[in-house]
Design a protein around this ligand. Structure first.
Ligand code: ADP
Length: 323
């Protein structure tokens, strides 16, 4: 029968009705204007909103002495599972144990009926990610200045048995004097016995080391941070992360990381041969062959070029002249 009567399928509605008519993300209520712990010993005035991450919102606050701080707010409603609580406790335990000029200082931690609060050193100049967006790419002296501070923080963390596991431009904050402050210890891990290997797959696609993704049997350790420093260095100098694809498809990024497939730009955006060589050394797929942080900092990229003692705030808009 070749008749062209339409098949008997129920007509499709023009658009399926929304399951939840409120399609907009429902934001948790703002924390109170005056934030205080249960005893009333700690009191802060809430000022502006600074930003939000995976599970926290961050506000600027002022303490009783008018000192400005950042306050990370996590709603207790988001801490219903044991896993969420364990993660937050781990972040607090690790972050509060670290004291270094290039690590966001952890001040206090307290709660009220609705939220858990963490007060932190305030970083008023945004993140290196924001700055890179403005500038497109950085000069070698600026990259040296930022990387030396990042490497210093990293060395300190590693000597205190902490792996950050999420080093990326968006987690590298800047204070008013353009000092780098490593923040967000939400994925950090403590190595509790020598040789211990971590097995959790975590990180941010562009910055994640190959062994985290592809050697889950063997696990990973401190060298994942060194890898991220290599990705950071490439990104500072080139203007985009090495394994990123145009469509930013995560599977393709992971394939590129697995195959160690990245390219250096050619003129006029070519980077120096010292920078290239160091990036290639760091982005070694085999973590045991990656340079130590000490040999990274001893590389000619750092030793044979200008390394400024400070970077002016005007660097947000244009490259400073260090000649
Ligand atoms: P999450 O752990 O939820 O990812 P983050 O620690 O990354 O949260 O913080 C989220 C955002 O809040 C950051 O991207 C940044 O804009 C802002 N922020 C976090 N910490 C500070 C700080 N110490 N000073 C200034 N802004 C901050």
């Amino acid at each position: 029968n070749f008749s062209s009567s339409p098949p008997k399928v129920p007509p499709k509605p023009a658009a399926s009705p929304p399951l939840n008519r409120q399609n907009t993300k429902t934001l948790p209520p703002s924390p109170p204007r005056v934030i205080s712990d249960k005893s009333g010993r700690l009191t802060f005035r809430r000022l502006g909103f600074l930003g939000e991450g995976g599970f926290a919102r961050v506000y600027e606050v002022k303490d009783g002495h008018n000192v400005r701080l950042a306050c990370k707010v996590v709603t207790k409603a988001s801490l219903k599972t044991k896993k969420a609580k364990t993660k937050l406790y781990a972040e607090i335990k690790i972050h509060r144990s670290l004291h270094h000029p290039n690590i966001v200082r952890f001040k206090d931690c307290f709660e009220d009926d609705t939220n858990v609060y963490m007060t932190l050193e305030l970083c008023t100049s945004g993140s290196l990610m924001d700055m890179l967006r403005h500038r497109r790419r950085f000069t070698d002296p600026e990259a040296r200045y930022f990387l030396i501070q990042i490497l210093g923080a990293c060395f300190y963390m590693h000597t205190h048995q902490v792996i950050h596991r999420d080093l990326k431009l968006g987690n590298l904050f800047l204070d008013a004097n353009m000092n780098v402050k490593v923040g967000d210890f939400g994925l950090a891990a403590l190595i509790e016995s020598p040789g211990e290997r971590k097995k959790t797959i975590c990180g941010t696609p562009n910055y994640i080391a190959p062994e985290v993704l592809f050697d889950t049997a063997n696990g990973h350790s401190f060298e994942v941070d060194t890898w991220s420093v290599g990705v950071i260095m490439y990104t500072l100098l080139v203007g985009k992360p090495p394994f990123q694809t145009k469509d930013k498809d995560v599977k393709t990024i992971y394939k590129r990381i697995r195959d160690n497939q990245y390219e250096f730009p050619s003129a006029p955006y070519a980077i120096s041969s010292e920078a290239k060589e160091l990036i290639q050394q760091i982005l070694n797929s085999d973590p045991t062959l990656r340079p130590t942080l000490h040999s990274v900092i001893s590389h000619p990229f750092f030793t044979a070029g200008i390394c400024p003692a400070y970077v002016p705030t005007s660097a947000h808009d244009s490259a400073p002249d260090f000649s």
